[in-house]
Design a protein around this ligand. Structure first.
Ligand SMILES: [Zn+2]
Length: 530
């Protein structure tokens, strides 16, 4: 039988961390047929000499659950060589749906244009499959939807009956193909979960040899206690554990180093635990999160009255918000504002100085002036230094990830912004390999391919060898990098030439082919088989 594709003469990194070899890669029936010196004929041959040929990149922490329904082309991801996304992270996701009115609270990018017509997580996976995503997808069962389906929006722990129902839903999700269970304990939907409840749920994942991926309870003031809780929960539940975006927002006073040491210590004690980290230097959130719930959540007019009251402002100042937890107003920077645009792209410290105020009053004034806009102004929190980024991404227990929704510059997602979407893998390569040389190319490839594939227990992906599924990225190692910036994030990465998903050419010479050959991968039984 003729080969469908031969990639000729590339520098082949197999994803295991081994040094590369110059070889041809032949593809047939969706799998790698041979690596080495390959004779034709083939339906298509591409000269890839001088280019890196690697397994397709795996985004182990993605939030594309809903956006892949809106635009299944996964444009920002494919242009970075991504061939597999793990969704259902941070307790967010598209199933199970017990209450379609509440469910959007735990869905990134929900806009209602694809109604939530399914009930089970399996029903969602069927719907996603029908949308024909361009990349492969694996899901976790998101705790936010388990809570919303049983308890609703409450900050109380589950009672015995509710917990049993949540465990049933989790079991059902795992039997329908999910790889594990995720939490997002900082979010309103999940703040009520006690450790006992979490352990009981993570145990369900543990029994099925599933993964427990946790966005911990506090990523600022009490971040270290929260990481300890996450690790302890995974251990007591007997579940393989992944601490989501491990490094806290406030890293002063040794917190950065200690957060990593906690994982190392657990690992040394025999626990199967790792972590992921998004590859941006900052977090993003809304300026309105400066307001304590009592001042901001009772509607716009109540918020306005509080913002105009001197006494209320005085009380607001004692509230520890995500923004104040950064501890330095120079590191809190406004994105583009539709009004008061003179403050766009400037820090709150800088704005306050110009206005002759402190940062709180400057922020409260801007919030008051923008209350009638449809969306709160966004801020970025410059939380990590480049030295810290190097240290974290060099760490052998770390997997880089987007922590974003896949987007596209045109189509229904054209106006959407999610920092990291266009830049995560391309930044990682440019920064860690080319600029700082903190990782060798083969090690950097391994972090995005063989390593996450092993964590996901995918035997025939994340590596290039005869018989493996043909998920392949081909790029120019000298020019692969991000073009998107903090203030202009929606630019496609440069340097990615060809991307093959399940043997199908999806990106050809830097252009989408229009083919969408991704599969929704469902785990069948334990241990994990696909
Ligand atoms: Zn998260």
């Amino acid at each position: 039988m003729a080969l469908s594709l031969i990639l000729r003469g590339g520098t082949v990194y197999d994803g295991t961390g081994k040094a590369p070899v110059v070889a041809d890669v032949a593809i047939e029936n969706g799998r790698v047929a041979a690596i080495g010196r390959v004779e034709g004929p083939a339906a298509k041959q591409i000269d890839v000499s001088g280019l890196a040929v690697t397994p397709g990149f795996i985004d182990i922490h993605s939030h594309s659950d809903y956006t892949l329904l809106l635009d299944p082309r996964a444009v920002s991801a494919v242009h970075q060589g991504v061939t597999l996304e793990v969704i259902g992270n941070c307790g967010f996701g598209c199933g199970p749906i017990g209450n379609p009115q509440l469910a959007p609270q735990a869905i990134y990018g929900f806009d209602g244009s694809v109604p939530l017509t399914w009930k089970s997580l399996g029903g969602y996976l069927d719907r996603l499959s029908a949308a024909k995503p361009a990349v492969n997808v694996i899901t976790l069962v998101p705790n936010g939807q388990l809570r919303l389906s049983t308890i609703g929006l409450s900050d109380r722990p589950a009672n015995a009956g509710q917990l049993a129902r949540m465990q049933d839903l989790l079991r059902e999700g795992l039997s329908e193909g999910a790889i594990g269970y995720s939490t997002g304990l900082e979010y309103a939907t999940e703040v009520g979960c006690g450790e006992e409840e979490l352990t009981a749920l993570a145990s369900v994942a543990g029994k099925a040899d599933g993964l427990y991926a946790t966005h911990t309870r506090d990523r600022a003031a009490k971040a270290l206690e929260a990481i300890e809780e996450g690790i302890r929960t995974g251990r007591n539940a007997g579940a393989r554990t992944q601490v989501s975006h491990l490094v806290p927002r406030n890293t002063a006073g040794g917190v950065f180093e200690r957060s990593i040491e906690l994982v190392e210590k657990a690992r040394a004690g025999g626990q199967d635990v790792r972590f992921d980290m998004h590859t941006r230097l900052y977090g993003t959130t809304m300026l309105h999160t400066m307001l304590p719930p009592w001042a901001g959540s009772a509607g716009k007019e109540a918020a306005r009255a509080n913002l105009r009251s001197k006494e209320a402002r005085q009380r607001m100042r004692s509230y520890q918000s995500i923004l104040s937890s950064v501890g330095d107003w120079n590191r809190v920077v406004l994105l583009d504002l539709p009004i008061m645009s003179e403050y766009s792209r400037r820090s709150l410290a800088d704005i306050a100085k110009e206005r002759g105020q402190d940062a709180y009053d400057a922020a409260y004034d801007i919030i008051e002036a923008t209350l009638d806009l449809p969306r709160s102004p966004m801020v970025i929190l410059l939380t990590y230094t480049e030295d810290q980024q190097q240290a974290v991404f060099r760490h052998p227990l770390c997997m880089p990830a987007s922590d974003a929704t896949t987007l596209a510059p045109d189509g229904p997602l054209g106006g959407a912004v999610f920092h990291g979407a266009y830049t995560w893998a391309s930044w990682f390569w440019r920064f860690m390999v080319r600029q700082t040389k903190a990782l060798t190319p083969e090690d950097a490839v391994h972090r995005m391919t063989g390593l996450p594939a092993a964590v996901l227990d995918l035997a025939d992906r994340g590596v290039l060898r005869a018989g493996a599924r043909a998920d392949i990225a081909v790029f120019d190692p000298e020019s692969f990098g991000e073009r998107g910036t903090t203030f202009e994030p929606n630019l496609l990465a440069s340097g990615m030439k060809h991307v093959v998903v399940n043997g199908v050419l999806t990106l050809n010479d830097g252009r989408l082919t229009g083919q969408r050959a991704g599969e929704v991968l469902r785990r069948k039984g334990a241990p994990l088989h696909f």
